[in-house]
Structure formats: structure tokens, C-alpha cells
Design a protein around this ligand. Structure first.
Ligand SMILES: Nc1ncnc2c1ncn2[C@@H]1O[C@H](COP(=O)(O)OP(=O)(O)OP(=O)(O)O)[C@@H](O)[C@H]1O
Length: 628
């Protein structure tokens, strides 16, 4: 019973692939001359390329920088449409709408997987989010995962972790198979792969290509770019597109490619790998043996044409070949077919699962990730414990006699706030660490940005901020011997928590805005220093730099210090010689409003700052550029 279900799941993975046609594609990228110059030049990286890729193995080959990846990205719908100056893409004769990339699979060159999860868990993650909730109950999703593991030959390593920089995991080939599996879960009929063999040894590369060949033989359209493949790989190809400098120099059956090159005067020696031979021809290492009179004529007549490259005769020959003529005919037929057929109603990209399901699955992965990679959480806990004991020892049982009673308490609060703000700089890692993974998954429709954002924020706040903070507060409060009542302790914890939350939220905002730690560190440290200096405690802003006094209204230090001071000094009585001095005297002297609202306005301000930072962090995540 189990076996037949699993076989059925394998069969469900076999979906006949479409024919993908593209016509007159020209793509430009902007090139900025220098960092300081606003002048932008445009570079044409695809020049008037056309072709048809049918079910089977379709390879795009060319020397480095020839435009293979760019063509693949444009076809797969992952390249910024702003650069597309001309051209159309059809899938089975229908215009490919802007959402079609979500129905196909794109396996990028770099394997983007969660390293702390096993192969099976990664595949389950894909299945949980990308298969519809209602139709696929958990058991069915499990069957599909098993089917993919079976189809990709991943049984041996299914329960091995992918691996991180600290953890040795599966091999490069297995990682690539897992990346392919993440996409196969949705049973795509059209699969794009960018250089699937790069970084793999010859045998592993061979086995990956064998796997793609098997997938193509089940009816899928497999389109991939490739770099220097072996002859054994060449034999697996059905269709070959050769590119140079953004132009196509051959597109046709792979088995006829050497014959075509012979016909234009380039002889492939026996025993030479045809793919190496083509690359040598393109880069000019193999010269034309004897251009036939017709070819010389072709070149001559076309040297006046503006559509083809002046220097390189290969695109000229190709444009005059019967392969190109045949292609044009097919594309014309497609046009007339298209005029009979109304264009497909664009399939709207919708998520397969609900927001709460996404929140649950992503949170679940985050928890596993933290438990298996607990360095940050343990570090924060140790740091919190260390600093709480340090502050407790320095300010051990603060005296109630003046003047040191005020001075020591303020010193302690300043230390505490600094610790909460600067001790949480690790929060800038949050979105930078997983930026590639987030871009990869969110653009492929795994989850909404909002679900990812909330899951990440909570997975960071609970283990890395809240738990260490509770430990920190309890140790420091009782070692310092502050006011001994439950309400004051509660307000102390609340003030530190909100100070912590505001600082961490600001770090999240920076983390969502930039992609490198170096820039993030500068961007977070600078405002914190300004907030500290201009918080109203270190510099008297009325006597100097008054034009910067507004900073205190957005200073986490200002609100955090005020809240802690009001909470501790209100209602407390201190001794000066034999007289009693209420804490309010100091607050009055400093012009601090110590009414009930005076205390709570600081808590509310910290909460508002946190919400504003979190809101903008979310907006920044939404704005992350997903185009390649
Ligand atoms: N966003 C971009 N900005 C500037 N130049 C670009 C951009 N994208 C591509 N190019 C340029 O376009 C050309 C083709 O790039 P592409 O990555 O498609 O080549 P490729 O054949 O895949 O190369 P490789 O095998 O090295 O990956 C290169 O010269 C590249 O520098």
C-alpha cells in the first residue's frame, strides 16, 4: 500500500513540459561610470536573440560573460523587466505573463538551503509551504517528499544536515540534488538551471546531468546554462544554443552542431570534445580552415548590415543558416497560431498556504535553527549574566545616604541602559545572515514577507533578548538593592525590556536595509552614540549645541534613563546628615515630570520608537530587490 502510494506520488511528478519560444530579445543593463558620477551608460548584454526550447535537454553554452545566465534569467522571468528593450516570450504559443516564473522552477548556481536542517527537512519545508493546504494533507506531502528523495537518489543522505560553515554536511552533489528537489516538490514541467555543474567534480557533474536527463525523458523541458562540459554530457543534450557576447551563434539540435561548424569551415578533430571545440572556435583559438566562396559572400554582404556584430562572423553565418530560417518560420507559425488563440488569462500568483500556516512553518524552522546553532543565544545569555553580576558588584547594595545615593543610582542606570543598547548589536545579523535565503524563498512564493518578518523577529526576541533580559534584571536588581517592592521591580523590568526592544528594533531596521555587516555596524553605532550623547544626561543641551536638543526626543537613552530614575526615586527617602530628603527633590531639580503619566510617557515613547523601527524594517524587507 505504502509503495503504491509512493509510486503514485512519483508519477504525479511527471508533467509534460511546455515549448518555450523567445523572439528578438534585447536586454540592456545600466553601467554607472564611477561612484561619484551620476552619468549612467547602457550596455547591451543580449542582442536580438530568438529561439525555441522544447521538452528535453536544452543547453546554453558559451565562454564566460557571453550572456548565458542573462538569457536564462530573462527566459525564467527573474531579470528586471526594465532592461528588456524588445522581445517576447511564449509558453506553448501563449504570451508568458509576468507571473509565469512562479509556475516554473529555477535552480540557481549557488545552493541556497538552510544549512542546519537535513535534506528531508529542507524538502519538507518546501512541501509544507508550496503545496496547497487543502488538497495536500500532511501525509500526502510526506509521500511527495519521499517520492522526490527517491527520484533524486537522496535516500542515503536524507537525514544528514546540509551543513554550515561550522558543520560538515552533505557533499556538493547531494546539495545540488537537494536544491533541485526543493523545486521538484511542486512538480514543475519547466526547469531552469544556472550552471548546475559548477563547483562539482567531473563524476558528480555527470551524475547531476544524468539526473536532469532522466527528468527530461519524463517529458519536462529542462533549460540550463553550462560551462565546459565533458563529452559524456554533450551526448545527453537534445538542443544546443551557443552564445558569444550576447548573440546566438548556433541554436539547433546538439547532434547537428559539429556538422554545422564543419559547414562553415571549422573542422572538429576526431577525439576532440565538440563542446571544447565550440568554445575554442568562439574565442578564436581555432581558425576557419578555408571559407567557402558562398560564406565569404555572406560575410561580405552582411558587413554592411547593422544587426550583426562587425568583428565576429559567427552570428552572421548563423543568421544566414537554414537553422535560423527554420526558427523564423516556426516563430511566424507561432504568431499566426497566437492570433487564433486568445492569450491565456494570467494565472495570478497566489500563495499555496495561509499566512498563519506560513508563520507556523517558518517559526518552526527558526526554532530548529536556533536549537542547532545556539551560539548567539548562549552568547547573549552569558553576556547578560556577566554584565548583571558586574553592575551588581560595582553598585552592590547602593547606599541611601546623599550625595552618593543619587550619583550611584544614576551611574548604575546609565550603565544598564548602555548595556541594553550596545549589548544587543548582534541583532543587526538578523536579516543580513539570511538575506539570500529570504530573497530566494520569498521570490519563489514560499511565504509572504510579513510571515517571514514576524517569525524572524519573534525567533530572535524570545531566546536572544527576553530570556537573557529577565536573567539580567533579576540579578542586577537584587544585587544593587533597589526599591524592595514588586511594582517597582516590575516597572524596572518593563523599562529595561522596552529600552532593549527599541534598540533591537533599530538594529532590525538597519539589518533589513543593508546587505553587509560592515555598513550595518557603522549605521547602527552612529545613531546610538548620538542618542547617548544628546540624551540630556551627558551634555547640557540648553547651554550648548541647543540646535541638537531635538535628538533627545528620539533618544532611547533619554526615555530609558528617565523611566528607571522616576521608578526608583519616586516615593523613596534618602538621608543627608540627619535630615530626610525625598527622591522627588532630585527629579524636580532636573525638571523631570515624575507624575504617573510622567513615568508612563517614557514607556509609551520607547514602545512607539520600537513600533516605528519595526514598521520601517518590514517596509525595507518588502523593498528588497528580488530581480537578478
Ligand atoms: N546587472 C548587470 N550589470 C552590469 N553588467 C551585467 C549585469 N548582468 C550581466 N552583466 C554583464 O553581461 C555580460 C553577460 O553576463 P552573464 O552573467 O549573462 O554571462 P555568463 O555567460 O553567464 O558568464 P559566466 O559563465 O561567467 O557566468 C557580462 O559581461 C556581465 O558582466
Amino acid at each position: 500500500m505504502e509503495l503504491s502510494d509512493s509510486q503514485e506520488a512519483v508519477t504525479q511528478l511527471n508533467v509534460p513540459g511546455p515549448a518555450l519560444a523567445f523572439q528578438n530579445i534585447s536586454y540592456f543593463v545600466p553601467i554607472t561610470k564611477s561612484f561619484f558620477s551620476k552619468e549612467v551608460e547602457e550596455k547591451e548584454i543580449l542582442r536580438d536573440v530568438s529561439g525555441i526550447m522544447k521538452p528535453g535537454m536544452n543547453a546554453i553554452l558559451g565562454p564566460t560573460g557571453s550572456g548565458k545566465t542573462s538569457l536564462l534569467d530573462v527566459l525564467a522571468g527573474w531579470k528586471d523587466p526594465k532592461g528588456l528593450r524588445s522581445g517576447q516570450i511564449f509558453m506553448d504559443g501563449k504570451s508568458a505573463n509576468s507571473q509565469f516564473h512562479l509556475c516554473s522552477a529555477y535552480i540557481v548556481q549557488e545552493d541556497i538551503l538552510m544549512g542546519t536542517l537535513t535534506v528531508r527537512e529542507n524538502l519538507q519545508f518546501s512541501a509544507s509551504l508550496r503545496l496547497p493546504q487543502s488538497r495536500n494533507r500532511e501525509a500526502e506531502k510526506q509521500l511527495k517528499v519521499n517520492a522526490v528523495i527517491q527520484e533524486l537518489g537522496l535516500q542515503e543522505c536524507a537525514d544528514t544536515k546540509i551543513g554550515t560553515e561550522f558543520l560538515r554536511g552533505v557533499s556538493g552533489g547531494e546539495k545540488k540534488r537537494c536544491s533541485i528537489g526543493m523545486e521538484l516538490i511542486t512538480a514543475p514541467s519547466l526547469i531552469f538551471l544556472d550552471e548546475p555543474t559548477t563547483g562539482l567534480d567531473a563524476n558528480t557533474a555527470n551524475s547531476i546531468m544524468q539526473l536532469l536527463h532522466q527528468l527530461s525523458r519524463k517529458g519536462r523541458t529542462v533549460i540550463f546554462s553550462i560551462h565546459q562540459p565533458r563529452y559524456s554530457i554533450f551526448r545527453l543534450l537534445d538542443h544546443l544554443t551557443l552564445m558569444n557576447k550576447g548573440e546566438i551563434i548556433y541554436a539547433g539540435p546538439a547532434e547537428e552542431s559539429t556538422g554545422y561548424f564543419n559547414s562553415i569551415g571549422y573542422q572538429c578533430e576526431a577525439f576532440n570534445n565538440p563542446l571544447d571545440f565550440f568554445l575554442d572556435v568562439i574565442v578564436g583559438e581555432i581558425m576557419q580552415s578555408q571559407p567557402s566562396p558562398e560564406l565569404a559572400l555572406v560575410r561580405e554582404s552582411d558587413s554592411h548590415s547593422s544587426s550583426c556584430s562587425d568583428k565576429n562572423p559567427l552570428p552572421v553565418y548563423y543568421h544566414k543558416s537554414h537553422y535560423y530560417e527554420q526558427l523564423q518560420e516556426e516563430l511566424e507559425n507561432l504568431q499566426s497560431f497566437k492570433s487564433h488563440l486568445s492569450d491565456a488569462v494570467p494565472t495570478k500568483a497566489t500563495y499555496a498556504t495561509s499566512f498563519f500556516r506560513q508563520l507556523y512553518v517558518v517559526s518552526n524552522r527558526n526554532v530548529k535553527n536556533i536549537l542547532r546553532n545556539p551560539q548567539t543565544s548562549i552568547g547573549q545569555l552569558l553576556l547578560g549574566t556577566f554584565f548583571s553580576i558586574l553592575v551588581g558588584l560595582i553598585f552592590y547594595q547602593v547606599p541611601a545616604t546623599l550625595p552618593e545615593a543619587f550619583q550611584n543610582r544614576l551611574g548604575a542606570f546609565f550603565f544598564l541602559v548602555i548595556n541594553q543598547v550596545f549589548g544587543n548589536l548582534s541583532a543587526v545579523e538578523l536579516f543580513i545572515n539570511e538575506r539570500k535565503l529570504f530573497i530566494h524563498e520569498s521570490s519563489r512564493g514560499y511565504y509572504r514577507t510579513s510571515a517571514y518578518f514576524l517569525a524572524k523577529v519573534f525567533a530572535d526576541l524570545i531566546p536572544n533578548r527576553i530570556i537573557p533580559l529577565l536573567m539580567f534584571s533579576a540579578i542586577s536588581y537584587f544585587m544593587m538593592g533597589l526599591k524592595q517592592d514588586a511594582g517597582s521591580f516590575f516597572l524596572y523590568v518593563l523599562s529595561l525590556s522596552l529600552t532593549n526592544l527599541a534598540a533591537v528594533s533599530m538594529a532590525f531596521l538597519v539589518s533589513a536595509s543593508v546587505s553587509t555587516f560592515a555598513i550595518a555596524n557603522v549605521l547602527i553605532a552612529l545613531p546610538f552614540v548620538f542618542m547617548m550623547v544628546f540624551g540630556g544626561f551627558l551634555v547640557n543641551l540648553n547651554s550648548m549645541l541647543s540646535w541638537l536638543s531635538w535628538i533627545k526626543w528620539i533618544s532611547i537613552f533619554h526615555y530609558g534613563m528617565n523611566a528607571l530614575t522616576i521608578n526608583e526615586l519616586t516615593g523613596a527617602v534618602f538621608h543627608l546628615n540627619s535630615s530626610m530628603v525625598p527622591g522627588e527633590v532630585y527629579l524636580q531639580q532636573q525638571g523631570i515630570n515624575y507624575s504617573t503619566w510622567g513615568l508612563w510617557e517614557n514607556e509609551v515613547a520607547l514602545l512607539c520608537l520600537s513600533l516605528v523601527f519595526l514598521f520601517f524594517a518590514y517596509i525595507q524587507l518588502l523593498r528588497v530587490n528580488r530581480w537578478k
